[in-house]
Design a protein around this ligand. Structure first.
Ligand code: IMP
Ligand code: MG
Length: 167
């Protein structure tokens, strides 16, 4: 088991937080494709509640490793989130622009609550403030891969998170 699996699967704080914040509800975990998919599913398995899964997709980075700063919705949810408790799952929050864009979009649909869970939080890279409710790990500005995260579509299935080194 990797450190990150340990963090999401057995971390008592996360279980406790989810129970405290969402106990008695049937939340929808929304994965921001594709990077969040592995984390979202591990988080769902670790959550001691019945949860629904849905997905959306945005394009923001293209193939590069630096944010283009623009987000665009390319695949929308199937679910109606009005009145529902929503946890948006991200692989990594970097500038915060993607999450900020999605929070605005989802908030306008009238969920009962809207929270952000991310595997990794690149705290020093933030350009806009976003409320991160659950972060597996806080990291620096390094470009990370694995556990769902890619560099140009590669490395998503690595079972651990690594720092990308240029060859
Ligand atoms: P933000 O809009 O700058 O916060 O960027 C968020 C998105 O950028 C994430 O959903 C990732 O797809 C991508 N991203 C940012 N940093 C990394 C990284 O270190 N590795 C892989 N993808 C990243
Ligand atoms: Mg990517």
């Amino acid at each position: 088991m990797t450190e990150h699996q340990r963090a999401v699967e057995t971390e008592p704080d996360v279980r406790m937080l989810f129970r405290r914040d969402l106990g008695g509800t049937r939340p929808i975990f929304i994965g921001v494709l594709k990077g969040a998919a592995v984390f979202q599913c591990d988080l769902a398995r670790a959550t001691p509640l019945e949860v629904e899964l849905d997905f959306l997709s945005v394009s923001s980075y293209g193939a590069g490793t630096v944010s283009s700063g623009t987000a665009r919705l390319v695949h929308d949810l199937r679910s109606d989130i009005r009145g529902r408790h929503v946890v948006m799952c991200e692989g990594v929050v970097d500038s915060g622009l993607t999450v900020s864009f999605l929070l605005d979009l989802l908030r306008a649909r009238g969920p009962a609550s809207l929270r952000v869970a991310t595997l990794l939080d690149k705290v020093p890279c933030r350009k806009v403030h976003v409320p991160v409710d659950y972060a597996g790990w806080k990291i620096g500005s390094e470009f990370v891969i694995g556990y769902g995260l890619d560099a140009n579509e590669r490395f998503r299935n690595l079972p651990y998170v690594g720092v990308l080194e240029e060859a």
